[in-house]
Design a protein around this ligand. Structure first.
Ligand SMILES: Cc1cc2nc3c(=O)[nH]c(=O)nc-3n(C[C@H](O)[C@H](O)[C@H](O)COP(=O)(O)OP(=O)(O)OC[C@H]3O[C@@H](n4cnc5c(N)ncnc54)[C@H](O)[C@@H]3O)c2cc1C
Length: 300
């Protein structure tokens, strides 16, 4: 039986071959994935993981694609996405359990409605719960690790496990899941603090408004590079004279130097070439090596 038929037997969500990835990323670029599979339950995911491992297939999981630069050549193997079933948000006292495909901003809104504080920092950031855990996403107002109690995962052998916060290995904009690609996060449990719901919602709304007014609008993945300790990558890029630089349809934002935008039908190669030029210039001018925050996926 063909691989695609096996995948359709295992997963009840969208299953496709040669699926263009551009529509799954906020940058709006990325060539085709050999196979794309959307799973609707932990049991389906478990069966899929067993199948891919037994057959020695390559795989990767995507969330909302807000931090991905996928190559124009696409992705070899199977791209997995968690379907609607994984977007549930449950509140139990001071604890929130959220599925990996729930928007982290939605979880923060639900927290506010229930007078629960702790997700204000990350609740203004685009992306899913799973992606936020992997990236330890957040802002200077707080990162997701601060309230994470545990996560549920399905491993590459199909085993379901619970990992404590300590086992998640959080550091600045990083977690264990960036180097340990043996598991997929299905749910996260957050330990919240009691707060004033109206004040929390007002805070979330005002930060979102501020971001919409001050950050570049359009197709981006947010900040391209991590801030070197004690420094701002955006300021370094601006100081190196890169604002407004172009490569094909890609441009370094004139508003925020760390935003490399798909301004005009850019290819992934345009964006990557421009990012590499920026890194070279920052190295030459400041003697500092910028490290990518966006995840580079596929061949370059
Ligand atoms: C306009 C804009 C502003 C931004 N501002 C910020 C900001 O202020 N702070 C900040 O931290 N980030 C920011 N970002 C980046 C982005 O929002 C975060 O990195 C976000 O957490 C990515 O979530 P995602 O669901 O899109 O993950 P994706 O980009 O889809 O994936 C990110 C990584 O997580 C992995 N992954 C995704 N889901 C799972 C899962 N269920 N299990 C295991 N691995 C998984 C993927 O394989 C990939 O390696 C911004 C992005 C944009 C577009």
């Amino acid at each position: 039986m063909a691989l695609i038929d096996d995948l359709r037997r295992i997963a009840s969500g969208r299953v496709a071959q040669d699926e263009p990835m551009a529509g799954y990323t906020t940058l709006g670029v990325g060539g085709p994935a050999d196979y794309f599979v959307e799973v609707m339950s932990e049991d389906e995911l478990s069966s899929l993981m067993k199948y891919v491992t037994e057959n020695g297939l390559e795989w990767m999981i995507i969330g909302d694609g807000a931090n991905l630069l996928i190559s124009d050549k696409g992705i070899r193997g199977i791209v997995i996405r968690l379907g609607e079933e994984f977007s549930k948000i449950e509140v139990d006292g001071m604890r929130i359990t959220a599925g990996s495909s729930a928007r982290i901003s939605k979880v923060a809104d639900v927290a506010a409605k229930n007078d629960l504080s702790g997700l204000e920092g990350v609740g203004t950031v685009p992306g899913s719960v799973g992606g936020a855990i992997v990236m330890n996403a957040g802002t200077h107002r707080g990162y997701i690790d601060e309230v994470t109690h545990s996560v549920r995962v399905v491993t590459y052998t199909g085993e379901k496990r619970v990992l404590s916060k300590a086992e998640c290995g959080f550091t600045y904009r990083n977690s264990r899941f960036q180097w340990d690609r043996t598991m997929i996060i299905t749910y996260a449990v957050f330990n919240m603090r009691r707060g004033d719901g109206a004040a929390i919602q007002e805070h979330l709304d005002s930060v979102r408004k501020h971001r919409a007014e001050t950050q570049p609008q359009g197709k981006s993945a947010g900040c391209f590079f991590k801030n070197p300790t004690g420094l701002s990558a955006g300021k370094l890029i601006e100081g190196a004279g890169c604002k407004g630089w172009r490569e094909g349809g890609a441009v370094v934002s004139g508003i925020h130097g760390n935003f490399i935008m798909n301004a005009d039908n850019a290819t992934a190669t345009d964006l990557y070439m421009l990012a590499e030029r920026v890194r070279d210039q920052v190295r030459e001018v400041h003697g500092i090596e910028l490290e990518y925050e966006v995840r580079l996926i596929g061949e370059w």
